[in-house]
Design a protein around this ligand. Structure first.
Ligand code: MTE
Ligand code: MO
Length: 251
């Protein structure tokens, strides 16, 4: 069967199942067969989360988040409130982040500890995208960095990897994405915004931008990336430090 007709079949199956009486259960079964059960499928919103995630992956796996023109960049952008930086962060900041390191580990051929200079040497991509917070506000900004895919290629992510988990120096912020978003060309490890180095309120020195999902997936102050085939060992097992938010927040 061709890729398109296979997808159409699955998608139609999902939609028909969801419309039916025991729809969500049947949709769940189809999603399960294609490995499209999100890590927070067990909660009270679980069946809905599964349906959203599976439908997005089957229909829009390679679609691009909308990119804007320069004239649409918001002025000023709205930085969400963050933490008062700890001493270890302030020391790194005082040194111009020269000693900032991102460790890359887990299911990779070669673990790495990358400095900002290492990351700046990788291919650059800039894109003007919108950050939308689950609380209702948003802004448009230009983000510059290297595609996460370049980092994953550099360390040789193993085929068993199903998720990339990413951590902040801010201890209570970490999250994860599936490989479709991890390899996606618009998912960037960013170090600049609107033609300047990323500022601290916006996540300096490194922020993962995941423009196909809501703002809370774009974690600031990134210190570690890990490739894994299961999210169970992390936190409460549902893939995110924010258990009240949907793990998959596709827009
Ligand atoms: N480390 C860290 N990353 C974070 C947050 C945070 O508090 N700490 N807030 C998240 C939320 S809820 C949103 S909506 C966006 C806000 O992005 P902004 O500050 O660029 O507006 O950052 C996300 N990344
Ligand atoms: Mo948010």
């Amino acid at each position: 069967m061709s890729e398109i007709s296979r997808r159409q079949l699955i998608t139609r199956g999902l939609a028909a199942a969801a419309a039916g009486l025991s729809g969500l259960t049947a949709a769940n079964r189809i999603a399960g067969r294609y490995g499209l059960i999100p890590p927070d499928a067990g909660g009270i919103y679980g069946p809905g989360e599964t349906l959203t995630y599976a439908a997005h992956r089957l229909l829009t796996r390679n679609s691009l988040a909308r990119e804007f023109s320069r004239s649409e960049i918001s002025n000023p952008p709205f930085a969400n409130e963050t933490w008062p930086p700890r001493d270890d962060f302030k020391r790194l900041q005082a040194g111009g982040f020269r000693d900032w390191k991102v460790s890359v580990d887990g299911l990779v051929a070669q673990t790495a500890s990358l400095s900002l200079d290492d990351i700046r040497r990788l291919p650059v991509r800039s894109q003007i995208t919108q950050i939308a917070c689950e609380e209702g506000w948003s802004y448009v900004g230009e983000f510059t960095g290297t595609p996460l895919a370049e980092v994953l290629r550099a360390v040789g992510v193993l085929p068993q990897a199903r998720y990339i988990v990413y951590f902040s120096i801010q201890p209570d912020w970490w999250d994860s994405i599936d490989m479709a978003d991890a390899w996606h060309p618009q998912t960037l490890l960013t170090y600049a915004m609107n033609d300047a180095d990323l500022s601290v309120p916006f996540g300096a020195p490194l922020r993962l931008r995941v423009p196909r999902q809501l703002g809370y997936k774009s974690i600031k102050y990134i210190t570690r990336l890990t490739a894994t085939d299961s999210l169970e060992p992390f936190g409460k097992g549902n893939g995110s430090s924010q258990p009240d938010y949907a793990w998959y927040a596709g827009i």
